[in-house]
Design a protein around this ligand. Structure first.
Ligand code: NAP
Ligand code: HSE
Length: 443
């Protein structure tokens, strides 16, 4: 069969990302087409509301409100699913893959929930599912893990995977403003999910951690088997306390594997990082991913993690790979061969029990400002064998209350959770305790 000379692309979704893909393919068309040796035709775009004003100009004849028609149209070679969510997006993806098409997706929630089914559908029908834009925006982290680092096993992957949260945390730290004030800016800038609670409660980071875990270790870890905590309870005062100890605060995903015990842990939580740590200095919408490979050592990737241009860059790189697959050249062979390989080649592993997840902790308590309160708190911690490293007491915002910030020596998740449960029950503790982990990552 001769290679095609026109590739027809269907976009399902023409919001922040879809319009960016359209805009940048149009802008770079000459360069892309001459490198690929094909003509790229943006054939059709499916949206919810065909009458909506958009920043890119698209002929009305190319708009439809039927994404399944795009997915099943035999004249469309590449289907880009840029709708989001896990319902219509799943239908679009499975419809196209069942017809042996190539689907390009930025949808980490979909991959996390239905990845096993999607990869199986692609395998069974000879389709391809490409998802570079699903993790870390413009950073080519999927290619790094799947191709550049293929010789490695991965004892530790950690990093900032959510641009919205990093933008919010940076603004809170720099401008001393509450998180709700900054969230509106992140939404206007096109960083946040349609349901922004996915960002601020940590779920979007957890979806991305699930994708990285699958690529690195070949297992799907459901988000309800991870520790997932968001940034919504942080206050500007936490940044001041952290700075007193010499730390900044970042929302991190941490994927660690103990190969000797064959145990894996996947966690998402706000983490205190030493101010001098390179990841602590990554600000605004930028993401950072540190990958330790047993052959290469530690590699670090930094770049814009959200927003129209960064995400379009990643989607277009998948479109270019898709064209290579359609042209059946050597790059296509490499891409296709590696798709499910991680899942097949890794040894299955168990999730680490909480007592084997170690670390140091920061606990903020709002307590009655009375004699004996600190002693009661210390007794609870001693009972759980959690050793206090430092204590700071400040006036709290509410009257007759104090804010007590404690850091601990090395402890573990089981002991610390038991401690928090008991502290929350003390009559002198006025609000649920806030727990932050202290990150001890060698650079
Ligand atoms: P968005 O701005 O909300 O755009 C969603 C698009 O899907 C809109 O064009 C919408 O149509 C269309 N749509 C929604 N429901 C539809 C339906 N039932 N039928 C047809 N079209 C429908 O979202 P986005 O920010 O571009 O995100 C798209 C995907 O990329 C998501 O999976 C997201 O997680 C992922 N992603 C986003 C970013 C980012 O920075 N924004 C970065 C990485 C990955 P209307 O325009 O008519 O409403
Ligand atoms: N809402 C996501 C973020 C988009 O802020 O990182 C990129 O995946």
């Amino acid at each position: 069969m001769s290679a095609p000379n026109v590739i027809r692309i269907g976009l399902c979704g023409l919001g922040t990302v879809g319009q960016g893909v359209w805009k940048h393919i149009d802008r770079a068309r000459h360069e892309l087409e001459s490198r690929l040796g094909v003509r790229l035709e943006l054939a059709v775009a499916a949206v919810r509301d065909t009458s909506k004003q958009r920043t890119v100009r698209i002929p009305a004849a190319k708009l439809t409100d039927d994404p399944i028609a795009v997915a099943s149209d035999p004249s469309i070679d590449i289907v880009c699913e840029l709708i989001g969510g896990t319902d219509v997006a799943r239908d679009v993806t499975l419809t196209a893959l069942a017809l042996g098409k190539i689907v390009v997706s930025a949808n980490k929630a979909l991959i996390c929930k239905h990845g096993a089914e999607i990869f199986e559908m692609a395998r069974r029908h000879g389709g391809h599912f490409l998802f570079e834009a699903s993790v870390a925006g413009g950073i080519p982290i999927i290619k790094a893990l799947r191709e550049g680092l293929v010789a490695n096993r991965f004892p530790l992957i950690y990093g900032i995977l959510n641009g919205t949260c990093n933008y919010i945390l940076t603004q809170m730290e720099d401008l001393d403003v509450p998180y709700a004030t900054v969230l509106g800016d992140a939404k206007r800038l096109g960083y946040a999910e349609a349901d922004e609670s996915l960002d601020v409660h940590g779920w979007d980071t957890a979806h991305k951690a699930a994708v990285l875990t699958y690529l690195a270790h070949g297992v799907w870890v459901p988000t309800d088997r991870m520790v997932v905590e968001g940034i919504d309870r942080l206050t500007p005062a936490d940044f001041q306390h952290a700075a007193t100890f010499g730390y900044g605060i970042k929302l991190l995903a941490i994927i660690s594997r103990d190969f000797a015990k064959n145990e894996l842990s996947v966690r998402v939580h706000p983490t205190l990082l030493p101010e001098s740590h390179v990841v602590a200095k990554v600000s605004g919408v930028f993401n950072a991913v540190s990958i330790k490979g047993d052959v290469v050592g530690t590699t670090l990737y930094i770049g814009r993690g959200a927003g129209q241009d960064a995400t379009s860059s990643a989607v277009i790189s998948d479109i270019v790979d898709a064209v290579s697959i359609l042209k059946n050249d050597r790059r296509a062979f490499i891409t296709a061969r590696k798709e499910p390989a991680a899942a097949v080649s890794s040894t299955p592993c168990r999730l680490a029990p909480p007592e084997r997840i170690h670390g140091r902790y920061y606990i903020r308590l709002t307590v009655k400002d009375r004699p004996g309160v600190l002693a009661r708190v210390a007794t609870v911690m001693a009972d759980q064998r959690v050793s206090i490293a430092s204590v700071i007491q400040n006036r709290a915002e509410r009257p007759d209350a104090a804010s007590l910030v404690l850091t601990t020596h090395d402890s573990n998740e089981r002991a610390i959770q038991a401690t928090l449960t008991r502290l929350a029950r003390l009559a002198s503790v006025l609000e649920p305790p806030l727990l932050l982990r202290i990150g001890d990552f060698p650079e």
